[in-house]
Design a protein around this ligand. Structure first.
Ligand code: SF4
Length: 535
């Protein structure tokens, strides 16, 4: 089979396609976005009629993937780590329903928070849900794990988590493909009540899930992804999980690592292999990107006196992503410094594009807010969050998807009137709509600005579930027509927009304003594509 040069994300996508994928569901979020984008752009996926559209949010994506699994076909759902929080209800319950067709849940973690609000470790969720985790150490394994994950999922009758981190998702390497597998035929679960989580059935299913744990252990013990390599210096044994194995090996020229090492890429922990390494060495060093998941587990069951080093005892930093230098330091090796970052790429704070409609929205809003003082703007997550920075300095909170509306409600309940929420069109449909329903039901004295750029701008311009329909959606939710207005955020409309915003801030009930102007990046791409088509 051919060899391709692929990003980690793309390797997962190709592995899933070759492994018999019938449908992929996702909500964009860095560093996971390129998985769906690759499948959407794949000719092979098109020929195989693989379903591949963005979902409104991670929970709907997770549920749709479970639905496809119910129907017997292989499905994959992808999001970033914080997206797993949104999908958590469905995700945890999917471990209790079990699967019919294989189901892979890709959760892309972002240690060091390159573009995220936190650096939580998705492995905790999978452990909590009692399902296996696959954690690739390179792009080839990313491909193989997606390819093999469906089989593992069907064999164990549970979803399988494929956990990656930013560095792997966004770096390229050569990937050897395997034989393309046929998609499953549509078939219903043999137990017609498997997916019905009434308490009596859920209790039965949960016992079954617990009963499957030894089989999951066996799969990990015999997994070719977990490999032991002996070494001469037995003073220290190393457990290196996923990408951390790469960081370890980059420190040894010609791959001559002196320490007995367990490369650990499939969970639950292969207890026998871990215990063998422990017995062989005087101490252990645990290398894992993210939280000290393995280290905490080992301190529980291997608490037999030998030192275990890692993130918990300060041998490695407790936060942030690992890299070869950090690992070298933990091993007592001399650090190889790279070149200094050139000034031209250093210290470039992110900012809204010149000409972006969000800029006009905040210029209008800031002018009105001068009369009220600062501290009243609750933002959501999107390009517009950058208005927290100079020159706008407008935004006072950004917590999670949808929180702008609900936090404004709470602040208004506390007496902060008026309070303003700024949310994008994609984020609004992701998880702002239910918050708006709360505001409608209470007639909260808040002004909600849905800054509509007709796309999911921050992640590169994916489709937005509300494009062209925001007004009608807000009407349907029950916003009073007198206080539901569309404006056009352009310099020439500044005076008029300021007047409208001022009026709505003065109104002691709920107002929704929809400034509408397409993201200039997607606009430029669309124009270019149109031009190419007409040539
Ligand atoms: S990508 Fe689009 S929405 Fe984001 S800042 Fe640039 S123009 Fe604005």
């Amino acid at each position: 089979m051919e060899k391709l040069l692929l990003l980690g994300d793309e390797a997962i996508a190709q592995g899933a396609i070759d492994g018999g994928l019938s449908g992929i569901y996702a909500y964009p979020g860095t560093p996971s976005t390129e998985i769906m984008e690759f499948v959407q752009g794949s000719k092979q996926a098109e020929e195989l009629n693989i379903h591949r559209t963005w979902s409104a949010n991670e929970k709907t994506a997770m549920e749709a993937a479970l639905g496809m699994s119910y129907a017997g076909k292989r499905s994959m759902v992808c999001f970033k780590h914080v997206g797993l929080n949104v999908a958590a209800d469905a995700f945890v319950n999917a471990s209790i329903t079990g699967v019919n067709g294989g189901l892979i849940v890709v959760s892309a973690d972002d240690p060091s928070m390159h573009s995220s609000q936190n650096e939580q470790d998705s492995r905790f969720y999978a452990k909590f849900s009692l399902i296996p985790i696959l954690e690739p150490s390179n792009q080839q394994e990313a491909y193989e794990m997606a390819y093999y994950g469906f089989e593992l999922s069907e064999k164990l009758n549970v979803p399988v988590m494929l956990r990656i981190t930013t560095r792997l998702a966004h770096s390229r390497a050569g990937v050897q493909r395997s034989q393309v597998k046929k998609q499953n035929q549509l078939h219903l679960p043999s137990d017609p009540r498997q997916f019905v989580l009434l308490p009596s059935i859920a209790r039965k299913n949960y016992k079954k899930l617990l009963g499957m744990q030894p089989a999951m252990d066996v799969e990990s013990e015999k997994s070719t992804f977990n490999t032991f390599v002996d070494g001469t210096d037995k003073k220290l044994g190393v457990i290196a999980a996923g990408l951390a194995y790469n960081y370890l090996m980059e420190n040894y020229v010609n791959g001559k690592n002196p320490h007995p090492t367990l490369k650990l890429c499939q969970y639950p922990l292969p207890h026998k292999q871990v215990a063998d390494l422990y017995n062989l060495c005087d101490s252990l060093l645990i290398l894992e990107d993210g939280a000290p998941v393995i280290e905490e587990m080992l301190k529980g069951f291997l608490n037999l006196g030998k030192p275990i080093h890692g993130r918990l005892d300060g041998t490695l930093p407790r936060d942030g992503e690992l890299n070869p230098n950090i690992v070298a330091k933990a091993l007592g090796m001399t650090i190889q410094e790279g070149q200094d970052i050139p000034d031209i790429v250093k210290n470039r704070p992110p900012s809204l594009c010149q000409g972006c409609g969000h800029r006009d929205v905040f210029e209008d809003l800031n002018e009105v807010l001068k009369a009220y003082g600062t501290g009243r703007v609750f933002s959501d997550i999107g390009c517009y969050t950058l208005a927290a920075l100079p020159p706008f300095n407008s935004v006072n909170s950004c917590v999670d998807m949808g929180a702008s509306i609900t936090m404004a409600i709470g602040a208004a309940d506390a007496g902060l009137i008026p309070a303003v929420s700024v949310i994008g069109d994609s984020t609004f449909t992701h998880s702002g709509m239910t918050g708006l329903l709360d505001a409608v039901n209470k007639n909260s004295p808040i002004t909600v600005i849905i800054s509509d750029n007709s796309t999911t701008g921050m992640t590169g311009g994916q489709t937005s579930a509300a494009t062209g329909r925001l007004f009608e959606i807000c009407q349907g939710i029950g916003v009073h027509p007198d206080h539901l207005k569309i404006i056009t955020p352009l310099k020439k409309n500044h005076e008029e927009n300021v007047r409208i915003i001022r009026e709505e801030l003065e109104y002691k009930g709920l107002s929704v304003l929809i400034p509408q102007r397409e993201c200039i990046q997607t606009f430029a791409r669309r124009k270019k594509a149109d031009k190419n088509e007409s040539n």
